[in-house]
Design a protein around this ligand. Structure first.
Ligand SMILES: C[S@@+](CC[C@H](N)C(=O)[O-])C[C@H]1O[C@@H](n2cnc3c(N)ncnc32)[C@H](O)[C@@H]1O
Length: 281
């Protein structure tokens, strides 16, 4: 069965209910949001990013101060603008043009000059962040986007990326919203046909396999994942924090590949892939 075209959903949401589409609280609906509610919306972003910075500095890099950062799925800029207080420059990446326009407008209104918004993942970043985004992207596509993001992180840089992994009964309704015909064998449900009744602009949630995610991080030279549990209305997940210690072996590299040691960074030993000496110390 074809995965849903979530880009079309987000473009409509971005034009009609951008703030509510990000945080589904009645005060953020287009018809009711006022300056005070908008201020609370951005304040919540500062809270989330403050929490991320605390985790990074406590567990990964005590002097974390990235020059270049990427906020993947930046929406109205709730997190991007908050990240700008900790990074030299932040690029917000979003698939929906109306979200990017709104975020740029808010950056100007709030006097935040070290941010920009685009639809493409930048080639390099010392910090890539994403929160409440991948859970809206079908995993077949999300894993490819994760590859692109992880490949962009500099050695010594940090990834803080959140994924939904499973859900409880508070969020099962949406599964049934999307299904017209199914087979259930007592353990596994297989969708045979998608419902025709779902509307453009309906928000969808997707669960990722944590083991597959972990293997992808390791393949990209990220080890020792730090997990923070997340919970959004019945959807459980993890904000994964990890520092890149190594670069993965280049394609075709042999055991005799020339060792290259990356200079020690902030007291931790950061090494490039060493061929036969790949142990961390
Ligand atoms: C729930 S909002 C979260 C926004 C922001 N991360 C925050 O926490 O305020 C999800 C955002 O992800 C964007 N998005 C969805 N699919 C995307 C994709 N494939 N690539 C980039 N952005 C995407 C949507 O347009 C939307 O702005």
């Amino acid at each position: 069965m074809q995965a849903r075209d979530t880009d079309a959903d987000w473009e409509l949401i971005a034009r009609v209910q951008p703030y509510f589409g990000v945080l589904a609280r009645p005060e953020f609906r287009t018809e009711s949001i006022d300056d005070a509610a908008r201020a609370r919306f951005f304040e919540s972003g500062r809270g989330d990013i403050g929490q991320a910075i605390d985790v990074i500095r406590a567990h990964l890099d005590p002097t974390f101060a990235p020059a270049a950062a990427t906020d993947f799925g930046s929406g109205a800029g709730r997190l991007t603008l908050a990240m700008a207080a900790y990074a030299g420059h932040v690029v917000g990446v979003d698939v929906a043009p109306a979200m990017r326009d709104l975020a740029a407008e808010q950056a100007a209104a709030q006097g935040v000059g070290n941010v920009e918004f685009t639809d493409a993942v930048p080639a390099r970043a010392d910090w890539v962040n994403s929160l409440i985004v991948f859970q809206h992207i079908p995993p077949a596509r999300g894993h490819l986007l994760l590859d692109e993001l992880l490949a962009s992180v500099t050695v010594g840089g940090v990834a803080s990326l959140q994924f939904g992994t499973h859900r409880d009964r508070d969020h099962l309704h949406e599964v049934f919203r999307d299904v017209a015909l199914a087979r259930f064998d007592g353990a596994t449900m297989t969708t045979l046909a998608a419902s025709e009744e779902t509307q453009l602009g309906d928000v969808s949630m997707f669960d990722y396999d944590l083991g597959r995610l972990a293997s992808q991080f390791v393949a990209h030279g990220f080890e020792n994942l730090w997990l923070e549990h997340t919970y959004h209305g019945g959807v459980h997940g993890f904000w994964i924090f990890v520092r890149r210690a190594t670069v993965p072996a280049p394609a075709g590299a042999t055991e005799d590949a020339a060792p290259a040691v990356v200079p020690a960074s902030e007291g931790s030993r950061v090494r490039r892939w060493l061929g036969r000496d790949r142990d961390r110390s």
